[in-house]
Design a protein around this ligand. Structure first.
Ligand SMILES: [Mg+2]
Length: 357
């Protein structure tokens, strides 16, 4: 070996999984996951999220909702995040974070309203959700908002954490790199989740970047970074809770790449059958999070067919009630499309608004 060469830096990315795709426990469970009642609760929340999702797509297909981004197959990530967050933490999400939003107190009606074209859906009514940000549709810009919030917590010496999510495609955006960099440099109390569902619309993960993992992008910013099985809700909750506690105690940021698979189209405006291999999609259905936990509960006699049926019915009733409330919401006044862009509306916009009325 050339004696002039020394290794300047080395790194590794750990990968965490407790419940594998065959529903077998492969490493000692964290305390919360030894409680079957608690696991049932996680399972039920994932089923509720999926029921909501199925209905949202049906509403879009029948012209009652605008374009909608499904979280089918990705329910474990928002569920684990929502359970790990404390009420005083702040949550910033990209689209598909419904499972967390529901746990924070955002209502199904609000999500329907948002995708139905009303910003009223982003004005969360529940006190418990008011500190959270509206879902961010631009790709990656929420990472910058998150480091802004985290900087405020740091300056105020508050013991609070920020958690922000993005998809795999967003990791190619400058905003994401800049946010990671400042979080590392300023040791900010923030947890960055990369929800890697293998697709950025029709661009597959392998074309997105030459990096072996997306998590290692945090290494460049000096941030502890890891991967987690995003279809194992136990692993997600455990690792997110640890990262949040670290942030609250001023011990720095964390990047968690949660590996999952988008079982749906990108949105209802997409047709993934045009660019996806059916065999891979079929294999991914074997690894999805809901069946994985259901099988584990069934095998351990903590869930039954009748409980399943009962819960499915309860979820449908809850969703149908939200749909009725959404469809009965009167349309917003037309001028609202002008009213919330500026604190002081420019004259040119005032003129447009007045002409419109
Ligand atoms: Mg993606």
């Amino acid at each position: 070996m050339n004696k002039a060469v020394k290794i300047a830096a080395e790194f590794s990315i750990p990968y965490y999984q407790y419940l594998n795709s065959e529903s077998k426990v492969i490493s000692p469970l964290p305390e919360f996951a030894k409680n079957f009642e608690y696991l049932k609760d996680l399972y039920k929340h994932m089923v509720l999220t999926r029921t909501f999702d199925t209905k949202a797509i049906a509403l879009q297909r029948t012209g009652k909702l605008g374009t909608y981004a499904s979280s089918l197959g990705q329910e474990a990530i928002p569920t684990g995040i929502g359970k790990a967050l404390h009420p005083t933490d702040v949550f910033l999400t990209f689209y598909r974070g419904y499972g967390t939003q529901f746990l924070r107190g955002v209502t199904m009606e609000e999500i329907f309203l948002y995708w139905g074209g009303s910003e009223a859906g982003n004005n969360f009514k529940a006190e418990s959700a008011k500190q959270d940000f509206p879902m961010c549709v631009p790709i990656g810009s929420q990472y910058l908002h998150a480091v802004g919030v985290a900087t405020a917590f740091k300056l105020r010496h508050q013991k609070r954490a920020v958690l922000v999510t993005c998809g795999d495609g967003a990791t190619s955006q400058g905003d994401v790199y800049e946010a990671l960099n400042v979080a590392g440099a300023w040791n900010l109390p923030v947890v960055f989740i990369i929800e890697n569902n293998q697709w950025a619309i029709s661009v597959p993960r392998e074309k997105q970047t030459a990096a072996k993992t997306l998590a290692q992008k945090g290494i460049a910013a000096g941030i502890a970074s890891e991967q987690v099985d995003g279809n194992d809700v136990i692993a997600v909750q455990d690792r997110v809770a640890i990262a949040l506690e670290k942030a609250r105690n001023n011990l720095g940021p964390t990047v968690i790449e949660a590996i999952t698979y988008r079982l749906s189209d990108h949105t209802t405006a997409d047709d993934a059958s045009r660019y996806r291999n059916k065999d891979i999609v079929g294999k991914s259905w074997q690894e999805e999070p809901v069946i994985r936990l259901r099988n584990y509960l069934f095998e351990n006699k903590h869930w039954s067919e009748s409980e399943e049926k009962e819960w499915q019915t309860a979820c449908s009733e809850k969703v149908e009630k939200a749909v009725a409330n959404y469809l009965n919401t009167p349309p917003e006044p037309k001028e609202n499309m002008f009213n919330f862009h500026y604190g002081n509306m420019p004259k040119s916009l005032i003129a447009q608004r007045d002409k419109f009325l």
